[in-house]
Ligand binder design. Structure first.
Ligand code: ADP
Ligand code: MG
Length: 339
């Protein structure tokens, strides 16, 4: 076959796969947009593991009607205008890809109202084809509703797991964001049932209760803020007795982003050395802050992977923070369990 340029619709559909792998990635992108818009309350609703419906509602700054068509275009963003600004960027988004990707593989409705406008506007995009922007009555903020995700990408749809598994991944994603931002109120309903709710008081304990439940949250130890040069480690970890048989209840945050880092997870587990039985894993949230130019978040479109300028120093700081907290509360050589 000769070389030809792909048409825009095909390019979009291919590119969409990089950002939106599954319903949980849609939730992550939409909630991060709400956080970037300074929302104080974020409500997420999912039906059938997000396959049928994902709705994210915020009370943030909204999108002006004339900017709605741009919001769903690729590489259109209000957050980054020059590559040089990337290291200093405080927002979650900057690639301008999420809404374009999501609306290329779903029926995506955006209703938004900027707070000082008397009414809002609505834009419906069906599988990459935007309709017309229409005025509509709406509360200040933005509601994005995603229906029939991947209906036009059967291969991707077949790849999805059972609804309960997809819902659990969504809940985990929201838990991470709620722990990263205790000052924001989060709510998640799954098939009509509320499965996660935080109060938005700004107190980490409030977020821990919303994510883990009160009983577990009261068995967690607050990390004493630990500083190593410009690296700051905060958070809370579970007492050894509230360990889990998997790693699903441990969250690592870097500059308020939930990241995938084997190295940092290993550092945390190492801090529990001898305190946990083989096959048991710690729970908690470990939040690392460091200057933006010491970490690269632009490694992968989903931004779950990060690269540190000095990964060993970060891992050492994480280990120290967790180890010190545990040793202060748990005797170094715990007596053998009573048999
Ligand atoms: P990015 O977040 O990388 O900028 P997105 O495709 O996620 O790209 O969003 C495109 C633009 O749409 C954003 O830059 C922002 O201006 C606007 N936007 C998206 N979601 C919201 C929201 N919930 N509230 C206000 N503005 C939003
Ligand atoms: Mg975004």
């Amino acid at each position: 076959m000769p070389i030809v340029r792909l048409d825009e619709a095909t390019v979009r559909r291919i590119a969409a796969g990089e950002v939106v792998e599954r319903p949980a990635s849609v939730v992550k992108e939409l909630v991060e947009n709400a956080l970037d818009a300074e929302a104080r309350t974020i409500r997420v609703e999912i039906v059938a593991g997000g396959r049928e419906l994902i709705r994210v509602q915020d009370d943030g700054t909204g999108i002006p009607p004339d900017e709605l068509p741009l919001a769903v275009e690729r590489h259109a963003t209000s957050k980054l205008h020059r590559f040089e600004d990337l290291a200093r960027l405080a927002s979650y988004g900057f690639r301008g890809e999420a809404l374009a990707a999501i609306s290329a593989v779903s029926e995506c409705e955006i209703v938004s109202r900027v707070p000082d406008a008397p009414y809002g506007a609505r834009l419906l995009v069906r599988y990459g084809r935007p309709g017309r922007v229409e005025p509509i009555g709406a509360a200040p903020g933005t509601v994005v509703t995603v229906r029939d995700l991947f209906a036009n990408v059967p291969a991707r749809r077949r790849f999805l797991r059972q609804d309960a598994t997809e819902a659990a991944l969504i809940q985990r994603t929201l838990a991470a964001l709620a722990l990263a931002r205790p000052e924001v109120r989060f709510e998640l309903t799954n098939d009509g049932r509320t499965v996660l709710a935080t109060g938005g008081s700004g107190d980490l304990l409030d977020a821990l209760i919303g994510v883990y439940g009160a009983e577990t949250a009261t068995q967690m130890l607050r990390l004493e803020e630990y500083c190593a040069g410009e690296i700051v480690v905060q958070g809370a970890v579970g007492l050894p007795r509230v360990s889990r048989p998997n790693r699903q209840a441990l969250f690592v945050l870097v500059n308020q982003r939930w990241v995938e880092s084997r190295t940092l997870v290993a550092a945390i587990e190492q801090a529990y050395h001898t305190l946990l039985m083989v096959g048991r894993y710690p729970i908690g949230v470990v939040a690392v802050s460091l200057p933006g130019d010491r970490v690269d978040v632009n490694v992968h479109p989903t931004k779950r992977e990060v690269r540190f300028a000095d990964e060993r120093a970060v891992a050492a700081a994480v280990y120290e923070a967790v180890r010190r907290t545990l040793l202060a509360h748990v005797p170094e050589n715990p007596p053998p369990p009573v048999t």
